[in-house]
Design a protein around this ligand. Structure first.
Ligand code: SAM
Ligand code: SF4
Length: 367
Protein backbone atom coordinates (compact mmCIF):
# COMPACT_ATOMS: atom_id res chain seq x y z
CA UNK A 1 0.00 0.00 0.00
CA UNK A 2 1.26 3.50 -0.84
CA UNK A 3 3.06 5.45 1.86
CA UNK A 4 1.39 8.71 2.84
CA UNK A 5 2.66 11.84 1.11
CA UNK A 6 4.43 14.47 3.18
CA UNK A 7 3.98 18.17 2.65
CA UNK A 8 6.78 20.73 2.62
CA UNK A 9 6.81 20.78 6.44
CA UNK A 10 7.01 17.02 7.01
CA UNK A 11 3.31 16.50 7.84
CA UNK A 12 1.89 13.21 6.57
CA UNK A 13 -1.31 13.81 4.56
CA UNK A 14 -3.78 11.00 5.16
CA UNK A 15 -7.15 12.72 5.60
CA UNK A 16 -9.50 14.19 2.98
CA UNK A 17 -12.67 16.17 3.67
CA UNK A 18 -15.07 16.29 0.75
CA UNK A 19 -17.88 18.83 0.29
CA UNK A 20 -20.34 16.57 -1.50
CA UNK A 21 -22.64 19.54 -2.15
CA UNK A 22 -22.76 23.19 -1.12
CA UNK A 23 -26.57 23.09 -0.77
CA UNK A 24 -28.29 22.72 2.58
CA UNK A 25 -31.75 22.25 4.07
CA UNK A 26 -30.77 24.64 6.93
CA UNK A 27 -29.41 28.21 6.78
CA UNK A 28 -27.42 28.50 10.01
CA UNK A 29 -26.77 32.16 10.78
CA UNK A 30 -23.02 31.67 11.29
CA UNK A 31 -22.59 29.59 8.13
CA UNK A 32 -24.77 30.94 5.31
CA UNK A 33 -26.70 34.00 4.21
CA UNK A 34 -30.50 33.74 4.66
CA UNK A 35 -31.04 33.00 0.96
CA UNK A 36 -28.45 30.21 0.93
CA UNK A 37 -25.29 30.12 -1.19
CA UNK A 38 -25.55 31.21 -4.84
CA UNK A 39 -26.76 28.27 -6.97
CA UNK A 40 -24.26 26.64 -9.31
CA UNK A 41 -24.86 25.16 -12.73
CA UNK A 42 -25.20 21.39 -12.55
CA UNK A 43 -22.03 20.76 -14.56
CA UNK A 44 -19.95 22.89 -12.19
CA UNK A 45 -20.40 20.29 -9.47
CA UNK A 46 -18.49 17.04 -9.33
CA UNK A 47 -20.56 13.92 -9.91
CA UNK A 48 -20.44 11.00 -7.47
CA UNK A 49 -18.37 9.07 -10.03
CA UNK A 50 -15.85 11.93 -10.26
CA UNK A 51 -15.58 12.19 -6.48
CA UNK A 52 -15.10 8.41 -6.17
CA UNK A 53 -12.45 8.48 -8.89
CA UNK A 54 -10.64 11.28 -7.08
CA UNK A 55 -10.69 9.30 -3.82
CA UNK A 56 -9.31 6.22 -5.61
CA UNK A 57 -6.45 8.31 -7.03
CA UNK A 58 -5.53 10.01 -3.74
CA UNK A 59 -5.87 6.72 -1.84
CA UNK A 60 -2.98 5.53 -3.99
CA UNK A 61 -1.13 8.65 -2.74
CA UNK A 62 -1.60 7.72 0.91
CA UNK A 63 -5.06 9.04 1.90
CA UNK A 64 -6.63 6.66 4.45
CA UNK A 65 -9.57 8.57 5.96
CA UNK A 66 -12.39 10.40 4.24
CA UNK A 67 -15.03 12.73 5.71
CA UNK A 68 -18.12 13.62 3.69
CA UNK A 69 -19.48 17.04 4.49
CA UNK A 70 -20.86 20.10 2.73
CA UNK A 71 -23.29 21.92 2.70
CA UNK A 72 -25.51 19.16 3.97
CA UNK A 73 -24.27 15.86 2.54
CA UNK A 74 -27.59 14.10 3.21
CA UNK A 75 -29.51 16.36 0.79
CA UNK A 76 -27.45 14.86 -2.02
CA UNK A 77 -29.28 11.90 -3.55
CA UNK A 78 -25.85 10.53 -4.52
CA UNK A 79 -24.65 10.10 -0.97
CA UNK A 80 -25.45 6.40 -0.44
CA UNK A 81 -23.95 5.17 -3.76
CA UNK A 82 -20.94 7.44 -3.18
CA UNK A 83 -20.27 5.88 0.24
CA UNK A 84 -20.61 2.43 -1.31
CA UNK A 85 -18.02 3.29 -3.96
CA UNK A 86 -15.59 4.75 -1.43
CA UNK A 87 -16.05 1.71 0.84
CA UNK A 88 -14.89 -0.49 -2.02
CA UNK A 89 -11.49 1.29 -2.13
CA UNK A 90 -9.19 -1.02 -0.14
CA UNK A 91 -6.84 1.71 1.16
CA UNK A 92 -9.64 3.72 2.79
CA UNK A 93 -9.83 2.69 6.44
CA UNK A 94 -12.39 5.15 7.76
CA UNK A 95 -15.42 6.95 6.27
CA UNK A 96 -17.18 9.58 8.35
CA UNK A 97 -19.89 12.13 7.67
CA UNK A 98 -20.78 15.53 9.17
CA UNK A 99 -24.49 16.33 9.11
CA UNK A 100 -27.15 18.52 10.67
CA UNK A 101 -28.93 15.24 11.46
CA UNK A 102 -32.36 16.15 10.09
CA UNK A 103 -32.38 13.42 7.42
CA UNK A 104 -30.53 10.85 9.49
CA UNK A 105 -33.59 9.04 10.89
CA UNK A 106 -34.64 8.26 7.29
CA UNK A 107 -31.19 7.53 5.86
CA UNK A 108 -29.29 5.89 8.74
CA UNK A 109 -30.03 2.27 7.69
CA UNK A 110 -28.94 2.84 4.07
CA UNK A 111 -25.82 4.76 5.17
CA UNK A 112 -24.86 1.95 7.54
CA UNK A 113 -25.46 -0.65 4.88
CA UNK A 114 -23.32 1.29 2.37
CA UNK A 115 -20.39 1.20 4.79
CA UNK A 116 -20.36 4.56 6.62
CA UNK A 117 -18.36 4.19 9.86
CA UNK A 118 -19.29 7.21 11.93
CA UNK A 119 -21.13 10.51 12.06
CA UNK A 120 -20.74 13.98 13.54
CA UNK A 121 -24.03 15.79 14.12
CA UNK A 122 -24.23 19.56 14.50
CA UNK A 123 -26.44 20.85 17.31
CA UNK A 124 -26.02 24.33 18.79
CA UNK A 125 -28.86 24.58 21.28
CA UNK A 126 -31.50 22.46 23.04
CA UNK A 127 -34.03 25.31 23.02
CA UNK A 128 -36.52 24.64 20.16
CA UNK A 129 -37.17 28.33 19.49
CA UNK A 130 -33.49 29.21 19.47
CA UNK A 131 -32.76 26.15 17.29
CA UNK A 132 -35.15 27.46 14.67
CA UNK A 133 -33.67 30.97 14.94
CA UNK A 134 -30.11 29.71 14.48
CA UNK A 135 -30.82 27.23 11.68
CA UNK A 136 -33.56 29.43 10.14
CA UNK A 137 -35.19 26.30 8.61
CA UNK A 138 -34.61 23.48 11.08
CA UNK A 139 -36.58 21.88 13.90
CA UNK A 140 -34.87 20.67 17.06
CA UNK A 141 -36.74 17.38 17.22
CA UNK A 142 -35.39 16.36 13.79
CA UNK A 143 -31.78 16.75 14.86
CA UNK A 144 -32.40 15.04 18.23
CA UNK A 145 -34.01 12.15 16.34
CA UNK A 146 -30.91 12.12 14.13
CA UNK A 147 -28.68 11.62 17.19
CA UNK A 148 -30.94 8.81 18.43
CA UNK A 149 -30.83 7.16 14.98
CA UNK A 150 -27.02 7.41 14.85
CA UNK A 151 -26.77 5.63 18.21
CA UNK A 152 -29.45 3.07 17.33
CA UNK A 153 -27.73 2.08 14.07
CA UNK A 154 -24.38 1.61 15.77
CA UNK A 155 -22.33 4.43 14.27
CA UNK A 156 -19.33 4.71 16.54
CA UNK A 157 -18.28 7.16 17.80
CA UNK A 158 -21.18 9.63 17.57
CA UNK A 159 -19.94 13.20 17.98
CA UNK A 160 -22.10 16.29 18.45
CA UNK A 161 -20.62 19.55 17.14
CA UNK A 162 -21.66 22.84 18.77
CA UNK A 163 -20.63 26.29 17.60
CA UNK A 164 -21.12 28.67 20.52
CA UNK A 165 -21.62 32.31 19.56
CA UNK A 166 -21.33 34.73 22.46
CA UNK A 167 -24.26 36.94 21.67
CA UNK A 168 -26.57 33.95 21.14
CA UNK A 169 -25.93 32.97 24.78
CA UNK A 170 -26.60 29.28 24.19
CA UNK A 171 -26.84 26.96 27.18
CA UNK A 172 -23.48 25.23 26.67
CA UNK A 173 -23.76 23.33 29.96
CA UNK A 174 -27.09 21.87 28.83
CA UNK A 175 -25.44 20.66 25.61
CA UNK A 176 -22.45 19.24 27.50
CA UNK A 177 -24.85 17.28 29.73
CA UNK A 178 -25.94 15.24 26.69
CA UNK A 179 -22.73 13.29 27.36
CA UNK A 180 -23.83 12.25 30.87
CA UNK A 181 -26.01 9.29 30.03
CA UNK A 182 -25.35 8.64 26.33
CA UNK A 183 -22.09 7.63 24.68
CA UNK A 184 -21.88 10.85 22.66
CA UNK A 185 -18.90 13.17 22.39
CA UNK A 186 -20.07 16.77 22.59
CA UNK A 187 -17.49 19.06 21.00
CA UNK A 188 -17.44 22.84 21.17
CA UNK A 189 -15.97 24.52 18.08
CA UNK A 190 -14.81 28.12 18.24
CA UNK A 191 -16.79 30.37 15.91
CA UNK A 192 -14.57 31.19 12.92
CA UNK A 193 -14.44 34.00 10.34
CA UNK A 194 -15.64 32.00 7.37
CA UNK A 195 -17.53 33.65 4.54
CA UNK A 196 -16.46 37.10 5.59
CA UNK A 197 -17.40 38.90 2.38
CA UNK A 198 -16.62 42.32 3.71
CA UNK A 199 -13.02 41.53 4.52
CA UNK A 200 -12.34 38.57 2.21
CA UNK A 201 -8.84 37.19 2.49
CA UNK A 202 -7.38 40.44 3.69
CA UNK A 203 -8.80 40.28 7.18
CA UNK A 204 -5.91 39.66 9.53
CA UNK A 205 -6.62 39.05 13.18
CA UNK A 206 -4.15 38.46 15.94
CA UNK A 207 -5.60 35.80 18.25
CA UNK A 208 -5.00 38.10 21.21
CA UNK A 209 -7.88 40.12 19.73
CA UNK A 210 -10.21 37.36 20.93
CA UNK A 211 -9.41 37.95 24.57
CA UNK A 212 -9.87 41.70 24.18
CA UNK A 213 -13.05 41.25 22.21
CA UNK A 214 -14.53 38.97 24.82
CA UNK A 215 -15.23 41.91 27.10
CA UNK A 216 -16.23 44.31 24.34
CA UNK A 217 -19.70 45.15 23.06
CA UNK A 218 -20.97 43.21 20.04
CA UNK A 219 -20.50 45.53 17.08
CA UNK A 220 -22.73 44.19 14.32
CA UNK A 221 -26.49 44.17 14.14
CA UNK A 222 -28.43 42.63 11.32
CA UNK A 223 -32.23 42.57 11.28
CA UNK A 224 -32.32 39.23 9.45
CA UNK A 225 -30.43 37.25 12.07
CA UNK A 226 -31.02 36.52 15.75
CA UNK A 227 -28.94 38.86 17.83
CA UNK A 228 -27.33 40.23 14.67
CA UNK A 229 -25.15 37.20 13.94
CA UNK A 230 -24.30 37.13 10.24
CA UNK A 231 -22.10 34.67 8.33
CA UNK A 232 -20.90 37.57 6.17
CA UNK A 233 -19.89 39.78 9.06
CA UNK A 234 -18.03 37.72 11.63
CA UNK A 235 -17.16 39.65 14.73
CA UNK A 236 -14.32 38.69 17.07
CA UNK A 237 -16.41 39.43 20.13
CA UNK A 238 -18.65 36.48 19.23
CA UNK A 239 -15.95 33.82 19.42
CA UNK A 240 -15.88 32.27 22.88
CA UNK A 241 -12.36 30.93 23.53
CA UNK A 242 -12.39 27.20 24.41
CA UNK A 243 -10.60 27.81 27.68
CA UNK A 244 -13.31 30.20 28.86
CA UNK A 245 -16.10 27.85 27.79
CA UNK A 246 -14.50 24.82 29.44
CA UNK A 247 -14.11 26.71 32.73
CA UNK A 248 -17.76 27.81 32.54
CA UNK A 249 -19.07 24.30 31.84
CA UNK A 250 -16.85 22.77 34.49
CA UNK A 251 -18.00 25.27 37.12
CA UNK A 252 -21.64 24.63 36.19
CA UNK A 253 -20.97 20.89 36.66
CA UNK A 254 -19.64 21.53 40.16
CA UNK A 255 -22.53 23.85 41.04
CA UNK A 256 -25.04 21.20 39.86
CA UNK A 257 -23.37 18.47 41.96
CA UNK A 258 -22.23 16.53 38.88
CA UNK A 259 -18.58 17.40 39.41
CA UNK A 260 -15.97 19.29 37.43
CA UNK A 261 -14.76 18.23 33.97
CA UNK A 262 -11.75 15.90 34.18
CA UNK A 263 -9.12 15.83 31.43
CA UNK A 264 -8.77 12.68 29.33
CA UNK A 265 -5.37 11.42 28.25
CA UNK A 266 -4.79 12.00 24.52
CA UNK A 267 -5.40 8.31 23.71
CA UNK A 268 -8.62 8.05 25.73
CA UNK A 269 -10.68 10.35 23.48
CA UNK A 270 -12.97 8.97 20.79
CA UNK A 271 -11.34 7.66 17.62
CA UNK A 272 -10.64 10.20 14.89
CA UNK A 273 -9.90 12.68 17.69
CA UNK A 274 -8.19 15.17 15.36
CA UNK A 275 -7.57 18.56 16.91
CA UNK A 276 -10.06 18.28 19.81
CA UNK A 277 -8.97 18.10 23.47
CA UNK A 278 -11.33 15.85 25.45
CA UNK A 279 -12.70 16.04 29.00
CA UNK A 280 -15.34 14.08 30.89
CA UNK A 281 -17.79 14.64 33.74
CA UNK A 282 -17.23 12.03 36.51
CA UNK A 283 -18.87 8.69 35.53
CA UNK A 284 -20.32 10.13 32.29
CA UNK A 285 -21.01 7.80 29.37
CA UNK A 286 -19.57 10.24 26.82
CA UNK A 287 -17.06 13.08 26.71
CA UNK A 288 -16.86 16.83 26.18
CA UNK A 289 -14.34 18.14 23.63
CA UNK A 290 -13.02 21.55 22.67
CA UNK A 291 -11.70 22.55 19.25
CA UNK A 292 -9.69 25.75 19.52
CA UNK A 293 -9.33 26.67 15.87
CA UNK A 294 -9.01 30.34 16.79
CA UNK A 295 -7.35 30.60 20.19
CA UNK A 296 -4.83 27.81 19.76
CA UNK A 297 -3.61 26.79 16.32
CA UNK A 298 -3.04 23.11 15.67
CA UNK A 299 -1.48 23.61 12.26
CA UNK A 300 1.67 21.65 13.10
CA UNK A 301 -0.39 18.44 13.40
CA UNK A 302 -2.72 19.16 10.46
CA UNK A 303 -2.99 16.10 8.20
CA UNK A 304 -6.01 17.19 6.13
CA UNK A 305 -6.82 18.44 2.68
CA UNK A 306 -10.21 19.45 1.32
CA UNK A 307 -12.08 18.89 -1.95
CA UNK A 308 -14.78 21.48 -2.70
CA UNK A 309 -18.11 20.57 -4.31
CA UNK A 310 -17.06 22.30 -7.53
CA UNK A 311 -13.81 20.39 -7.79
CA UNK A 312 -11.00 22.37 -6.19
CA UNK A 313 -8.41 21.01 -3.76
CA UNK A 314 -7.92 23.30 -0.76
CA UNK A 315 -4.84 22.64 1.36
CA UNK A 316 -6.00 24.91 4.23
CA UNK A 317 -9.45 25.96 5.48
CA UNK A 318 -8.24 29.51 6.10
CA UNK A 319 -6.32 30.08 2.89
CA UNK A 320 -8.01 30.74 -0.42
CA UNK A 321 -5.25 28.99 -2.39
CA UNK A 322 -7.02 26.31 -4.45
CA UNK A 323 -5.91 23.75 -7.04
CA UNK A 324 -8.57 23.16 -9.68
CA UNK A 325 -8.98 19.50 -10.50
CA UNK A 326 -12.48 19.27 -12.05
CA UNK A 327 -11.41 19.69 -15.66
CA UNK A 328 -8.61 17.16 -15.24
CA UNK A 329 -11.00 14.70 -13.60
CA UNK A 330 -13.23 15.04 -16.68
CA UNK A 331 -10.61 14.93 -19.40
CA UNK A 332 -7.28 13.87 -17.92
CA UNK A 333 -5.47 10.74 -16.83
CA UNK A 334 -5.17 9.43 -13.25
CA UNK A 335 -1.52 10.50 -13.37
CA UNK A 336 -2.51 14.09 -14.23
CA UNK A 337 -4.98 14.20 -11.32
CA UNK A 338 -2.34 12.76 -8.99
CA UNK A 339 0.13 15.42 -10.13
CA UNK A 340 -2.31 18.21 -9.13
CA UNK A 341 -2.83 16.51 -5.76
CA UNK A 342 0.91 16.31 -5.17
CA UNK A 343 1.35 19.94 -6.10
CA UNK A 344 -1.42 20.95 -3.67
CA UNK A 345 0.08 18.83 -0.87
CA UNK A 346 3.53 20.29 -1.52
CA UNK A 347 2.10 23.80 -1.14
CA UNK A 348 0.06 23.25 2.02
CA UNK A 349 0.82 26.35 4.10
CA UNK A 350 2.80 25.86 7.29
CA UNK A 351 0.13 27.61 9.34
CA UNK A 352 -2.44 30.34 9.19
CA UNK A 353 -0.15 32.72 11.06
CA UNK A 354 -2.71 35.46 11.05
CA UNK A 355 -6.28 34.31 11.00
CA UNK A 356 -7.94 35.36 7.80
CA UNK A 357 -11.50 35.39 6.61
CA UNK A 358 -12.05 33.50 3.39
CA UNK A 359 -14.01 34.30 0.30
CA UNK A 360 -16.14 31.17 0.46
CA UNK A 361 -18.81 30.26 2.99
CA UNK A 362 -18.12 27.21 5.17
CA UNK A 363 -20.72 25.18 3.27
CA UNK A 364 -18.80 25.76 0.03
CA UNK A 365 -15.47 24.62 1.46
CA UNK A 366 -16.61 21.59 3.41
CA UNK A 367 -16.35 22.47 7.09
N1 SAM B 1 -24.28 20.58 7.20
C1 SAM B 1 -23.42 19.79 7.97
C2 SAM B 1 -23.44 20.19 9.43
O1 SAM B 1 -23.93 21.27 9.73
O2 SAM B 1 -22.94 19.44 10.24
C3 SAM B 1 -22.00 19.74 7.47
C4 SAM B 1 -21.39 21.01 6.94
S1 SAM B 1 -21.13 22.27 8.17
C5 SAM B 1 -20.40 23.54 7.19
C6 SAM B 1 -19.77 21.56 9.08
C7 SAM B 1 -19.52 22.16 10.43
O3 SAM B 1 -19.05 23.49 10.27
C8 SAM B 1 -20.73 22.23 11.34
O4 SAM B 1 -20.45 21.58 12.56
C9 SAM B 1 -20.94 23.71 11.54
O5 SAM B 1 -21.46 23.99 12.81
C10 SAM B 1 -19.54 24.25 11.35
N2 SAM B 1 -19.48 25.67 11.00
C11 SAM B 1 -20.13 26.31 10.01
N3 SAM B 1 -19.81 27.62 9.99
C12 SAM B 1 -18.92 27.81 11.00
C13 SAM B 1 -18.20 28.94 11.50
N4 SAM B 1 -18.32 30.15 10.95
N5 SAM B 1 -17.36 28.74 12.55
C14 SAM B 1 -17.22 27.50 13.12
N6 SAM B 1 -17.85 26.42 12.68
C15 SAM B 1 -18.70 26.56 11.65
FE1 SF4 C 1 -26.16 23.84 6.59
FE2 SF4 C 1 -24.31 22.77 8.13
FE3 SF4 C 1 -24.04 25.29 7.27
FE4 SF4 C 1 -25.92 24.75 9.06
S1 SF4 C 1 -23.71 24.54 9.36
S2 SF4 C 1 -26.19 25.96 7.17
S3 SF4 C 1 -26.54 22.73 8.50
S4 SF4 C 1 -24.03 23.50 6.01
Amino acid sequence: MAEELHDGFGRGISYLRIAVTDKCNFRCVYCMPPEGVPPRAHDELLTAEEIARFVRIVAAEGVRRVRLTGGEPLVSHRIVPLIREIRAIPEIEDISLTTNGALLPRLAPALKDAGLDRVNISLDTLDPVQFHEITRLGRLEQTLAGIDAALAYGFDPVKVNCVVVRRLAQDAFGLAKLSLDRPVHVRFIEYMPIGDEETGTTRALDVSELADAAVGEPAVTNPHCPGGVDASAWDASDTVPSEELRARISRAGEDAGIGALEPLAANDGPSGAGPAAYWRFPDAAGTVGFISAMSNHFCSACNRMRLTADGAIRPCLFSDAEYRVRETLRAGSDAAVAAIWRDAVAHKPQEHQMIEGTERFMSQIGG
